[in-house]
Design a protein around this ligand. Structure first.
Ligand code: AMZ
Length: 269
């Protein structure tokens, strides 16, 4: 079952219009209804953190116990929670027990788990730990047949991460730049039968500099796939712009933790 099918429950009542004027900047109702805002919980050791541009030496926020943050985002009405094991992305080792704990904390809210998945067996272990779907970056491009192997084994439980710096994919915790051009990678994903992409603009991630709209356009144009945007999102206006591009949604980290984007957007349906 896809996350979208899960969301097809009764329509939420409209929220009261905040006096701050935030509602005026929301995208038109139709766009907003098709756009999901996904809170990020990034793990370093046993802690939830935000890094700047994925640099492991630049922690901008320490957000405490990951399970507590997951509980908070779930209680705010999230449709989905995005979990990244930063240690895993760097080392190539997954932590299924930690994922299991966070899935428990999320209660009925689905979790997408990522960071460190290098094999189909790793992906399966995280699904068995309760993740609704997995995101695979590094391993998806490690060999010419990797994409089709993951697609064949995981189907719509697979999301492929396109983590992009200067137009090319970065892998292994974004510490290795590859030669793979993002447009080419997006095309290859579509050809291999990938059903969903997650695209991060690394140079903007954790900077609040605004999303890379051109990058997102490149990915959707060359893949034609539902795409979730990440990196640089700092405001309601940024969310408007992304929703207008017909992206499937956005992952938001720092802006939510700093209160620049209200948690009420997590309940958008
Ligand atoms: O911040 C980082 N250094 C970082 C990060 N956030 N490195 C990887 N990742 C995320 C990707 C994707 O969700 O955006 O980890 C996932 C990919 O991990 P892997 O291990 O499959 O490449």
């Amino acid at each position: 079952m896809t996350v979208e099918q899960d969301q097809a429950g009764p329509k939420q009542p409209e929220q009261a219009q905040p006096a701050s004027g935030l509602a005026e900047r929301e995208p038109p109702e139709q766009k907003r209804r098709n756009f999901v805002v996904i809170p990020a919980v990034d793990l370093l050791g046993e802690e939830a953190v935000r890094l700047e541009r994925g640099d492991y030496s630049k922690t901008t926020i320490r957000a405490g116990r990951p399970a507590a943050l997951v509980e908070r985002f779930a209680a705010a009405g999230s449709a989905l929670i995005h979990v990244v094991d930063l240690d895993g992305a760097r080392s190539g080792c997954i932590r299924p027990r930690l994922v299991e704990e966070l899935v428990g904390a999320a209660a009925s809210v689905p979790v997408q788990a990522s960071g460190g998945i290098r094999t189909v067996a790793d992906a399966t272990a995280l699904l068995e730990a309760g993740a609704r779907r997995v995101i695979v970056g590094t391993a998806a491009f490690a060999s010419p047949e990797a994409l089709t192997t993951f697609v064949g084994a995981l189907g719509d439980r697979l999301v492929v991460a396109l983590d992009v710096r200067a137009g090319r994919l970065s892998v292994a915790g974004w510490r290795q730049d590859s030669q793979t051009d993002v447009a080419e990678a997006a095309r290859r994903c579509a050809e291999a039968g990938v059903q969903r992409l997650h695209c991060t603009a690394i140079e903007r991630d954790g900077t609040l500099a605004g999303p890379d709209l051109d990058l997102m356009r490149t990915v959707t144009t060359h893949s034609g796939l539902p795409t979730i945007a990440a990196g640089g999102i700092s405001s309601m206006r940024d969310l408007d712009r992304l929703a207008e591009l017909d992206l499937e949604g956005a992952v938001v980290g720092r802006a939510l933790l700093e209160g620049r984007i209200p948690e009420s957007v997590l309940a958008w349906r």
